[in-house]
Design a protein around this ligand. Structure first.
Ligand SMILES: CC(=O)N[C@H]1[C@@H](OP(=O)(O)OP(=O)(O)OC[C@H]2O[C@@H](n3ccc(=O)[nH]c3=O)[C@H](O)[C@@H]2O)O[C@H](CO)[C@@H](O)[C@@H]1O
Ligand SMILES: C=C(OP(=O)(O)O)C(=O)O
Length: 420
């Protein structure tokens, strides 16, 4: 298994480009199942999850042509298989995103039921209940969700008990080809949901209210082809800004989306960073100062994102003072705590709150990545730790960070990949 080797203690300085957003690219790729016309998706990040989604679409019979800049041309007209098998779903939960488009366009779908994962139990009951409200028949057999509908799905009013990002995306996609109007209430307002809606609109869908908690979709008979460019990755952007903050450096992230990072920028400023922004760039300057610990409480957008929680835990570990981190979305998203403690971090967890007492320095150690953002927090901690850190199981980080060692290396980090 590949490992990352990081020698800490270098101040990061420079400019780095944000890649396309994994969490927008995945639903947008699934949305291509809604038309038989040719679709071109641009600014796809070069990530393991994207390859998995392309593999999944390919296994269903879609034509997939990738160009050298990670633009992809998809052709669904050859699709002849409506199944997302366990082998792919177990490596990427977001495979569930093909359920809504498949049943809406083809009237049938078999998708392996995603199990729990390292950050929590993560059920998909709200996806299934919503599709049933639209007239689908759903059965779970041998670990598979078997969905079908006679004729078209029917528009419906659906209230989500809990805000769910991929749940909103699945039903949004399903509603585009349904008969009549669908109203999604208590919908996710995440920028990635908005990006998906914009892509669907460019395919001819009639959608309003995306970016608010009530999305209205008027179903159409067919969608057409489009060329669409995926939004920049706000979580990758935030992670690079913290790489600057944790090392007392100055980092500018370009080709990013400033408006999607308000909650993160506010916390970085509270931590003592000087932030300057332009139309599509954010610069963080610590002026060589150590950060001040901040309190974080995760919640759906526009509040502080759970996907940035672990990275702020790393920052608090070496900050001045004490900060609390409360995780409200996933029940088990503190797997990084024990690994950070192996590097000398002082963290006490009670229920869903971690109290982090900042220390003067961390020390390098062999550590284990447990999930995607947990791995990012270990990379960040390693950048500032004394000595060498070896991070194992970095396939987690390859799910969500494009060329992490090249990008951090270009900012001055001493980081390399050990191939095994
Ligand atoms: C591919 C993708 O976009 N992944 C993101 C998406 O995951 P994902 O869409 O899986 O997360 P959800 O927004 O659905 O989960 C939010 C909460 O709702 C619960 N829930 C969800 C669905 C459901 O049917 N029933 C239910 O109880 C979940 O267990 C969790 O406690 O949003 C999360 C929350 O911002 C992010 O951390 C993930 O990076
Ligand atoms: C949790 C994440 O991804 P996924 O929902 O694909 O597991 C993430 O991007 O931090």
């Amino acid at each position: 298994m590949d490992k990352l080797l990081i020698s800490g203690g270098r101040v990061l300085n420079g400019v780095v480009r944000a890649s396309g957003a994994k969490n927008a690219a995945l639903p947008i790729l699934a949305a291509t199942l809604l038309t038989k016309d040719l679709i071109t998706i641009k600014n796809l990040p070069h990530l393991h999850d994207i390859t998995t989604m392309l593999e999944l679409l390919g296994s269903m019979g879609c034509g997939v042509v990738v160009d050298e800049k990670m633009g992809v041309e998809l052709n669904v007209s050859t699709l002849d298989n409506y199944e997302a098998p366990y082998e792919l779903v177990k490596t990427m939960r977001a495979s569930i995103l093909v359920l809504g488009p498949l049943i809406s366009h083809f009237g049938k779908a078999v998708v392996s039921l995603p199990g729990g994962c390292a950050i929590g139990s993560r059920p998909v009951d709200l996806h299934l209940r919503g599709l049933e409200a639209m007239g689908a028949t759903i059965e779970v057999e041998n670990g598979n969700i078997i969905a079908s509908v006679d004729g078209r799905l029917q528009g419906a009013r659906i209230f989500f008990d809990k805000v769910t990002v991929t749940g909103t995306e699945n039903l949004l996609m399903a509603a585009c080809l349904a008969e009549g109007r669908t109203v999604l209430e208590n919908s996710a307002r995440e920028p990635e949901v908005v990006d998906l809606a914009e892509c669907l609109i460019s395919m001819g869908a009639i959608i309003s209210g995306h970016g608010t908690d009530t999305i209205i979709i008027d179903g159409v008979d067919r969608l057409h082809g489009t060329t669409y460019s995926v939004m920049p990755d706000r979580i990758e952007t935030g992670t690079f800004l913290i790489a600057g903050a944790i090392t007392g450096g100055k980092v500018r992230v370009i080709d990013t989306d400033v408006s999607s990072l308000e909650a993160v920028i506010a916390k970085l400023e509270e931590a003592g960073a000087i932030i300057t922004t332009g139309d599509d760039w954010i610069e963080l300057d610590m002026k060589g100062e150590r950060a001040t610990a901040v309190n974080i409480s995760t919640a759906p957008y526009p509040a502080f994102p759970t996907d940035m929680q672990a990275q702020f835990m790393a920052l608090n570990s070496v900050a001045k003072g004490v900060g609390s981190i409360t995780e409200n979305i996933f029940e088990n998203r503190f797997m990084h705590v024990n690994e950070l403690m192996r590097m000398g971090a002082e963290v006490e967890v009670t229920g869903n709150t971690a109290i982090v007492r900042g220390c003067e320095s961390l020390t390098g150690a062999p550590v284990m990545a447990t999930d995607l953002r947990a791995s990012a927090s270990l990379v960040l901690a390693a950048l500032v730790a004394q000595g060498e850190t070896k991070i194992d199981r970095i396939y987690h980080i390859d799910r969500g960070y494009e060329c992490i060692e090249e990008k951090l290396g270009s900012l001055g980090a001493k980081i390399s990949r050990v191939l095994n």
